[in-house]
Ligand binder design. Structure first.
Ligand SMILES: NC(=O)c1ccc[n+]([C@@H]2O[C@H](COP(=O)([O-])OP(=O)(O)OC[C@H]3O[C@@H](n4cnc5c(N)ncnc54)[C@H](OP(=O)(O)O)[C@@H]3O)[C@@H](O)[C@H]2O)c1
Length: 294
């Protein structure tokens, strides 16, 4: 690591900043000295720009908050512009204002995706981090699922990862760097009754993550996934309100409880930062241990 000038860092500690060309940000971290103790700054996202799809609420909003807390500027995404604007205001200064419709597009529409990503890059700057989070759940016995609902789940949970991932990667590749984090699921590995299309879509997100790694890692990109277990969000409101399911889940989960959305921030910051610079094509399951035990 190269030496650099003494400075006061964002948290007010006297430190030494390494002079690192921007292009190598994700490979080389920064070391800060506080009172003789060497402290790694590998998780610092100062100066990074992140786009998080489906982030007006729930897991996407929590991940956006986590990335912002680590220093990134964040652009939120969703279809409802007014909810998006309220969420951006709730996040504060690190969130780019959504009042002018920035980030408001439907991730299932490839034309809207391309226009939305082009606008973010033109008006804000190069995207360093993409989180493909937007997703929906539809519950029904598989033999009763309509073709249209099957397609709705697939285009929201899977097609969108391809559309947004490709639009962003086409810009990251010439820059030789970029972090893409896809939100998979516990259901990328394990099925449950009445959610077969969701399970199929999330299994495919896991494999698309590996496919993106196979094609794009050579260009300096890192593409990984987070597989959440059961978290308390609107998507799961029916399950949370069902005492039988609630009791079953607490018994089935080694940690004995539902996840809290803020517990996904750590994995997201890790995968978005220099700390994970040689991690590629992986899924990190954040599920309280469900997949580890029968
Ligand atoms: N909750 C869990 O326990 C859990 C577990 C495993 C995986 N996951 C995954 O985590 C992700 C987020 O889940 P969540 O529970 O936070 O869901 P949620 O609370 O229902 O939030 C979904 C978000 O996605 C947005 N969205 C939906 N369709 C969209 C579209 N076509 N274009 C743009 N934005 C869209 C919604 O905003 P608008 O409606 O305004 O567009 C909203 O902001 C999903 O991929 C889900 O499968 C969740």
């Amino acid at each position: 690591m190269q030496g650099g000038p003494l400075h006061l860092n964002v948290r007010g500690c006297l430190g030494i900043t390494s002079i690192v060309p921007r292009k190598k940000f994700f490979v080389v971290g920064v070391v800060v000295r506080t009172g003789g103790v060497k402290r790694s700054d590998l998780f610092n996202l100062d100066g990074r720009l992140a786009v998080i799809t489906g982030s007006s609420q729930g897991i996407g909003f929590a991940i956006a908050e986590g990335l912002a807390e680590a220093g990134a500027r964040v652009v939120l995404n969703g279809r409802d512009a007014s909810r998006l604007s309220a969420a951006a205001h709730a996040l504060g200064a690190q969130a780019l204002p959504a009042d002018n419709g920035l980030g408001a597009f439907d991730v299932t529409d490839p034309t809207a995706v391309e226009a939305g990503i082009a606008r973010i890059e033109a008006e804000v700057g190069p995207i360093d981090i993409l989180v493909n989070n937007a997703g929906i759940q539809r519950r029904q016995p598989l033999d009763e699922f309509s073709v249209e609902t099957w397609r709705e789940v697939m285009r929201t949970n899977l097609d969108s990862v391809f559309f947004v991932g490709q639009a962003v990667a086409r810009r990251m590749i010439p820059r030789g760097q970029g972090k893409i984090i896809n939100i998979a699921s516990l259901q990328s590995e394990a099925a449950r009754p009445t959610i077969a299309p969701y399970t199929a879509s999330k299994g495919a997100v896991k494999m698309l993550t590996r496919g993106m790694c196979a094609d794009w890692a050579q260009h300096g990109l890192q593409i990984n996934a987070i597989g959440p277990g059961y978290f308390e969000t609107e998507l799961n409101s029916k399950l949370r309100d069902d005492p039988v399911f609630d009791a079953w889940l607490r018994k089935r989960t080694p940690s004995g409880r539902w996840g809290r959305v803020e517990e996904l921030k750590g994995a997201a910051v890790f995968l978005a930062s220099a700390a994970s610079s040689f991690v590629n094509g992986q899924v990190i399951y954040v599920d309280g241990g469900v997949l580890a035990v029968l």
